[in-house]
Write a protein that binds this ligand. Sequence first.
Ligand code: B12
Length: 382
Amino acid sequence: MPAFDAAAIKSLAREKAMSLGASDVRVTSAGETHGVQQALSESFTRGDLATWPYDAAYAAKAADPSRILEGARSVICIAVPYAADAAEPLPLQGRVSNYVGSGDYHARVKQLLLDVASGIDAAAGSSVTAVACDTKPIAERAFAARAGLGWIGKHTNLISPVSGSFVFLGEIVTTLELPPDQPLRKTCGSCTRCIPACPTGALRGDYTIDATRCIADLTQRTDAIPRAMRPLIGTWVWGCDICQLVCPPNSVMISTGIVVSEGRPPKETSTPELVELLQLRSSAFKRKYARSAMGWRGGAVLRRNAAVALGNSLDRAAVPPLAEALRDDPHPLVRSHSAWALGRIGSPQAVSALKQHLRIERDRDVRAEIDAALEPYAAGRR
Ligand code: B12
């Protein structure tokens, strides 16, 4: 490889990324750190990520950027902010996490990374980079923290001192040895706001999370949401921002307008009509959601989430559409969660819809949900 000016390439990467919408860019060495691998492994052994296919082999890979690019020496860590707001939904509207507002962030951040990487390759005179955002096996928060892009909060998100935690992380792994930055000497100190604010008790307070309880995880799993967790989800239909919205550095940045780097998410995306979402059919799904960050699990998952949110609304106006979904939705997952929602609302009309449908439902899981939903209303009880 021809001689290169490491400091010049680092500034080139920074300037280019900032001109494309990044809020900060920092560098760390690509050296594997035992601490990261161990932290990931411990979390997987505890079962914190039990809904993900992560194990010790994944932890070893995620702590070692040379698995992404052979001969990796540095990782350029980039924070890309997204618009954040505490949208208050009206009755029968759901809540969607802020990050969905900016389209498919994988594509957006990846394009930024590719543009910066091609500038580095051109300056180095050969291909010396590989990019990662979200989907590759790399512990993005851990490397970002080591590069001093921010500190990891008790909610486990990386908090940038420049733009808060409503940021996507992306990395350019390179074989070039670039001058590393230092980690920040910062923690959340005695602040514990996010811990009691989490409706499902997912945050332990020691900078770890039981992700199986996190609403972001519950709303994107593809099987049944555990019954005990459903009432705690409230009206969130995709992701959750509560731990970040109560986080003081974010509230300051939201109130002063610092984190809003682009248009706020449109209302239609941030607070969707729940009945419309419950009735979402294939063509509307393709048009509205397939290319968004809430589309990757498919339409049935969104309809299931709408059913749970409608149940939690406790609004009797939700009973007719829920009864219709119980009767007509082709997916057992949606029918079973609609049954739960009718039981949660528990009006005479809801109970009668459950009893009526039990006569014709053939799916075993849906029948079990109807039985469970009717249980409190059986003769002599309640
Ligand atoms: C799986 C996953 C999830 C899962 C699990 C989340 C979790 N906390 O692990 C679920 C679905 C719940 C999820 C939710 C969200 N996610 Co997510 N997710 C991921 C993914 C793909 C892997 C994360 C992972 O490996 N988790 C395992 C845990 C153990 O590792 P970790 O949290 O990444 O890092 C920890 C360890 O490294 C440890 N650590 C690091 N160094 C060291 C050193 C020592 C000595 C010690 C003791 C510990 C330690 O501390 C870190 C914090 O817990 C990453 C992308 C990626 N490849 O990294 C995105 C990612 C973490 N998610 C992201 C986002 C935006 C979210 C949500 C905000 C989306 C939303 N609003 O719904 C929520 C936040 C929920 C939360 N409080 O974490 C961003 C985070 C941005 C940020 N500012 O931190 C990422 C980086 C994607 C991206 N490229 O932007 N996510």
